[in-house]
Design a protein around this ligand. Structure first.
Ligand code: F6R
Length: 611
């Protein structure tokens, strides 16, 4: 998730200062590198580099640039490590076009090959650079910048918010949008475009939120928009609205806390992750590494990422028959002794910087183990130290409690396991396609879960706020989800919560259950599992527990529970996607009902870089 901004005036001014200020407003969207491009008297100037914005300002002096039209970018790397060369804006061979982009171009590889064949020279490893060379190519054919821009956009598969300027047409910013956010700020004698409203509010409160497939260009006095899908012009003035938010409110998308914003961003984060998986070159390598792993796979992580590891282990043995040993990263000493050359370690860490996981990676590497990292931060320590790296595309997560990173991790892992099943012949080619097309429903599945749980989560939070202890129970693939639910309410609402496989109740924990003791059941849509959970619900009810269940649509368990949230379950591999959002909302609303700040839970840090 990157941040982009563009400003268009009719005469030169201190544009660098304005772009820099806008980028600071967007910094929360990504921050490994940044850059600007401005046009001044028909000349294009670019300043960009790796690092934090403030350091780059010292080094490159963004604020000293003057011009009438300019674009800027803060990068959260997806394709290509953070570096000076990979920072945006990207320029074409002749140096007259400059582009910034937020999103993923899925077919960049084939486009790049074709453009190289036509003599284009690429400077970066990014997917974005193909856009600017495509425009250059079509401009040669048409001699019309806007036509060339549209032709280039039509070639792209994937997600994008794109801004382009050119020294050929000094006072225009060309734009296109699909599946990545882009808004226009409508000014008086100028126009602004940005990924998000906070960067617009320093200039104007009149905003148009652009829709998918809209392309066009902004001049200082007008905005031309057309719908690429229908080829018809759009009357953008009909979409102008007045934004009342403060900058602080706007950077949280109007939500009171980052955590709830990030919970609601999950469908989009899953969409981006799917786009990334479909264009991933590393995924086939990861599949091969696992299949070739002497049948011995270890999988590790800490906290929420450990729950993803547990999900991987259960899903792997269920779908592929390949046993994976899950362990909590800080316990690496206990497991590394038995590791040997030819084994694989799957190391999961959203930040890529958790010290316990780094230590595990190093220890296993010493023993000749191949390491496969799963992270949300490109080129962070764990992917860097691993042999293969797979990335989720959740965008930066600011709330301390992990939410969207967990859903995207489990989706990526499910996709990986399906790939292994196909490679080993457990799934035929067509069965594999069937499974992945069900996995592609993840964004909608998460959306449905959020829609259906919001009201009950708010309601239940009123009584949960005064509870001191809870259980979260499940079986099979639901167990890691139950653990995640318990961790969420523990860390942000400070309620003691224990999660365990439901069959364990009668071996001890049920001794604590008395009237109104809250027990949350996570019931995956696997009929044998549902049947087993039925008995566990009954034994809890018999002791007066207050039961809540997250169940699949039409589940026979519905009638047995005090409160039910029915979710959509196209495939059991999607259980974390369907069943976790209600638990996140329950924790979130219980925390806020108690007057706690869920973004900053006590004693916790977002990234634990010490052992
Ligand atoms: C829980 C949470 C932590 C992290 C853990 C690992 O909400 O955020 O438990 O999951 O510290 O962090 P990463 O995934 O960055 O290695």
């Amino acid at each position: 998730m990157c941040g982009i901004i563009g400003l268009c005036y009719s005469s030169p001014r201190e544009l660098g200062k304005l772009l820099y200020k806008g980028l600071l407003r967007l910094e929360y969207r990504g921050y490994d590198s940044a850059g600007i491009a401005v046009i001044c008297e028909r000349k294009l100037h670019v300043a960009k580099g790796k690092g934090m914005l403030r350091d780059l300002e010292e080094k490159l002096g963004f604020t000293k640039y003057t011009g009438s039209t300019g674009i800027g970018h803060t990068r959260w790397a997806t394709h290509g490590a953070p570096s000076n060369i990979n920072a945006h804006p990207h320029t074409d061979c002749s140096g007259v076009f400059a582009v910034v982009h937020n999103g993923i171009i899925e077919n960049y590889d084939e486009l790049k090959k074709r453009l190289i064949g036509r003599g284009h020279v690429f400077k970066s490893d990014t997917d974005t650079e193909v856009i600017v060379h495509l425009v250059e190519e079509y401009y040669r054919d048409t001699g019309d910048v806007y036509e060339a821009f549209k032709r280039a956009i039509r070639e792209l598969r994937g997600t994008y918010a794109i801004l382009m300027i050119t020294s050929l047409e000094e006072n225009k910013i060309f734009f296109a949008k699909k599946d990545s956010p882009l808004v226009v700020g409508v000014g008086d004698g100028y126009n602004v475009l940005a990924s998000d409203i906070p960067a617009i509010l320093d200039h104007t409160r009149r905003v148009v939120v652009l829709r998918d497939h809209w392309v066009g260009y902004a001049t200082p006095s007008s905005v031309y928009v057309e719908d690429l899908a229908t080829g018809k012009p759009v009357d953008y003035s009909a979409y102008i609205r007045l934004v009342e938010w403060s900058v602080e409110e706007a950077s949280k998308g109007g939500y009171p806390f980052y955590m709830i914003k990030e919970i609601y961003e999950q469908p989009q984060a899953l969409k981006s992750t799917i786009a990334g998986l479909k264009s991933s070159k590393e995924l086939p390598l990861a599949v091969k590494a696992i299949v070739e792993a002497n049948g011995r796979v270890f999988v590790t992580g800490a906290g929420t990422s450990y729950h993803a590891a547990e999900f991987y282990a259960i899903a792997s043995s269920t779908l592929t028959g390949i046993l994976a040993v899950p362990f909590i990263a800080s316990e690496y000493e206990a497991y590394s002794e038995s590791a040997r050359e030819g084994d694989v370690l799957v190391a999961i860490s959203q930040s890529g910087e958790t010290m316990d996981v780094i230590k595990a990676v190093r220890k296993f590497k010493e023993r000749g183990v191949r390491v496969l990292a799963v992270s949300n931060v490109v080129d962070s320590a764990i992917p860097r130290e691993s042999h293969i790296a797979l990335y989720t595309r959740a965008g930066p997560e600011i709330g301390v409690a992990a939410t969207k990173t967990f859903l995207t991790q489990t989706l990526l892992l499910a996709w990986l396991i399906a790939g292994v099943a196909e490679y080993t012949g457990v799934l035929s080619r067509s069965e594999y396609s069937e499974v992945t097309s069900l996995l592609e429903r993840a964004p909608r599945v998460a959306e449905i879960s959020l829609e259906r749980s919001e009201e009950l989560a708010r309601e239940l939070s009123k009584s949960y706020a005064s509870k001191s202890s809870m259980y979260y129970l499940s079986r099979h693939i639901g167990v890691p989800v139950a653990r995640e639910g318990a961790l969420k309410i523990k860390e942000i609402a400070y309620i003691h919560a224990e999660a365990y496989p439901a069959g364990e109740s009668k071996h001890g924990p049920i001794a604590l259950v008395e009237s109104k003791f809250p027990v949350v059941f996570v019931a995956p849509g696997i009929s044998l599992v549902e049947q087993a959970i039925k008995g566990n619900i009954e034994e809890m009810r018999a002791r007066g527990a207050e039961t809540v269940g997250v169940v699949c649509e039409g589940s026979p368990l519905k009638g047995l529970l005090d409160h039910v949230i029915e979710v959509s379950c196209p495939h059991w591999l999607l259980t974390p996607i369907s069943h976790t959002p209600p638990l996140q909302l329950l924790a979130y609303y219980t925390a806020t009902t108690k007057g706690l700040n869920p973004d900053r839970p006590r004693n916790l840090a977002k990234t634990v870089t010490v052992e």
